[in-house]
Design a protein around this ligand. Sequence first.
Ligand SMILES: Cc1ncc(C[n+]2csc(CCOP(=O)(O)OP(=O)(O)O)c2C)c(N)n1
Ligand SMILES: [Mg+2]
Length: 373
Amino acid sequence: MAKASSTVQLLSADGTLQPGVAADEYLPYIDALDDSMLEQFYRDMVVVRRFDVEATNLQRQGQMGLWVPSMGQEAAQVGSGHATRAQDHIFPAYREHSIAIMRGVDAIDIVRMLRGLTHGGWNPAEHGNFHLYTLVIGSQTLHATGYAMGIALDGLSGTGNVEKDEATIVYFGDGASSQGDVSEAFVFAASYQTPQVFFLQNNHWAISVPVSTQSRTPLYLRGTGFGIPSVQVDGNDVLASFAVTRKNLDEARGGAGPRLIEALTYRIGAHTSSDDPTKYRTDAELQSWVKRDPIARYETWLRGRGQSEKFFAEVAAQAEDFAADIRTRTRELGTPPVDNMFDFVYSEPHPVIDLQKKWLAEYEASLGEGGEN
Ligand SMILES: Cc1ncc(C[n+]2csc(CCOP(=O)(O)OP(=O)(O)O)c2C)c(N)n1
Ligand SMILES: [Mg+2]
């Protein structure tokens, strides 16, 4: 999907600060950041990438049924995640691991879910208002819009106090943007002028369907069509992702109505561990995006402004420790009871399910002690 000339970019792919005309209004949001926050962006991106690699390996070792990689999308997620305020409600899709972690979800709870040990994962009220991963594509946009309507009806937005006014932000993909649920969410958001941001991560693929098939117009124009002010941002630029999201969320919480942000990024990994992307995309395309890597670009910029070697070594060590801790704790998790897959299908006993459960029990018994027959 073509990049619009108005795409907001602060950091170019070679790591130099090159704000264009479209970026000028966002610069004050970066100027307001202190060094520790700028360091935190880098730390979070590096740690979540290392976590992602570890989790992918653990899935391959049989420790999880499925893994959903976030590699390549770290800047879109870390930048926008840090742009939220404590009182905001975040409605994720299923690969926003860095935002989950920054809002207080223990990364092992993501692993537990994908191992089949829990059906939800965490209580949003106890984890920074970070709502549950949603695999029914696009449905979380309706949840976020409904929640935002509630915020407005309760008078919890629009007072002009950015530290108190609430808003919602919802993450969804380029593929999701074709779902009817998303159009309905746009309609209600525009009609009721909800305090919310729609954050569309255009990672260029919906499993094997390219975004060029998904839409004949740049995706952010879909929001415009509903009367929602919309902007396209370089999603591999953590500074732009932060600044654009902060500005738009603050406008939304202040009563200006909903906003849509399309972040141009790329899924470097597979759709999930069950997918083989070499079947449908070229290595040349992949490499062209590897060159625009969000972490390398930001690292170059930090080095250019004098960040010490010690800092980068510390972050690398922290990422290794994070991965080692996840590895250890994953191995201690235990296996989900097999009966779970039968017991939670219906609320009452069901003869077909009972038969299947009996068949499996007999089959397992036939395998003998060592699991061989
Ligand atoms: C309603 C619904 N239809 C289809 C699927 C199967 N499915 C899972 S992920 C996916 C693609 C989603 O692509 P996109 O919205 O671009 O998000 P991405 O996975 O690229 O982050 C599909 C079709 C589903 N989970 N839910
Ligand atoms: Mg996608």
